[in-house]
Design a protein around this ligand. Structure first.
Ligand code: AVI
Length: 310
């Protein structure tokens, strides 16, 4: 009884009720990442259509020597988000990091990724800072150059104003004379974008639909998941890919103790993924108090890796 009340009074429950009660229905994208959602996202990163992960890895490999030139002696890499088993070691090696600080709101994910890193690199000092990196955080005293790392083009999932606030928080967390290595996805042919967010194997569709399954699992939902379909739409004016869950027919359901009705064709907007031209990315940097230092892209200009300084 107590557990049910707690769950239905959680931030997830409140955000779902608020989002579904609106005329234009939305659910924040951060709720994709329960256990199943995180597994599906991992699968997405391996898909042939989903170019970001493999292109970013290629850029980190190809520009290791360039990255090394920015790093002073004894640098510390401070990663915003639990580290990836593939990208993080590439940056650590490129800059010959002595210390690694991982920051993530999920203490479990952080524990897993920092433990794996410590085990594989006995000489590296590894510090886990559980916390919300959207706010300025106090770091332990650190020696040497501080190099922030924000990978995956996760900045694209923030609205412009929130992206600026986030980058200002990174600046406050890192302090003066820091660097930020940040991956930002580029604007490109909309067909490539729509394929990347609506893959032939249907993994992204399942990732999107898992949000409804999660509501059913955790918030006593009765959503008829099979009555919804995944849709990815490029919005040129706003420079973003939108993900929606479209009701195929009129539906009614319960979630978090509330009743909802949707008409056939109505959608729940679940994610925006903004793409940036180079001038837009530089404007974003400067608006948030950063100075662009370097930018690398692949041959087809599918993805960008930026280095900024305070
Ligand atoms: C986590 N984030 C950067 C991904 C993106 O590309 O916007 C999330 C994602 N959504 C669908 N596919 C991947």
């Amino acid at each position: 009884m107590t557990e049910t009340l707690t769950r239905l009074d959680s931030p997830f429950a409140r955000d779902v009720v608020r989002g579904l009660a609106q005329h234009r229905k939305t659910i924040p994208a951060r709720y994709f990442y329960d256990m199943r959602g995180s597994e599906l996202f991992e699968e997405i990163t391996q898909l042939p259509e989903y170019y970001p992960t493999r292109t970013e890895l290629g850029l980190l490999r190809d520009h290791a020597a360039d990255l090394a030139r920015f790093a002073g002696r004894h640098p510390t890499v401070i990663e915003f988000g639990a580290g990836s088993a593939t990208k993080t070691p590439l940056l650590l090696d490129a800059v010959a990091a002595q210390t690694y600080v991982g920051i993530d709101i999920s203490a479990d994910f952080l524990e897993e990724s920092t433990a794996a890193l410590s085990a594989s690199r006995p000489g590296l000092e590894v510090v886990a800072v559980p916390g919300d990196f959207t706010h300025a955080l106090d770091l332990p005293p650190l020696k040497g150059e501080r190099i922030g790392f924000f990978s995956g083009s996760t900045i694209g999932n923030f609205e412009h104003r929130a992206a600026v606030d986030l980058l200002r928080s990174f600046r406050a967390t890192l302090g003066e004379d820091a660097l930020l290595v940040i991956a930002i996805d580029t604007r490109k042919n909309p067909h490539l974008l729509e394929a990347a967010y609506d893959d032939a194997a249907g993994v992204t569709a399942e990732f999107n639909l898992n949000l409804l399954r999660r509501i059913n699992r955790e918030l006593e939902g009765t959503i008829p998941v099979e009555a919804f379909e995944h849709r990815a739409i490029w919005h040129d004016g706003l420079g973003r890919i939108e993900m929606h869950l479209v009701a195929r027919e009129d539906v009614t359901f319960e979630a978090a103790g509330e009743h909802f009705a949707m008409r056939g064709g109505e959608t729940i907007h679940t994610e925006n993924s903004y793409k940036y031209t180079l001038p837009e990315a530089r404007l974003l940097a400067r608006t948030a108090g950063w100075e662009p230092l370097a930018f690398w892209t692949d041959e087809r200009e599918m993805f960008g890796l930026h280095v900024w300084t305070t």
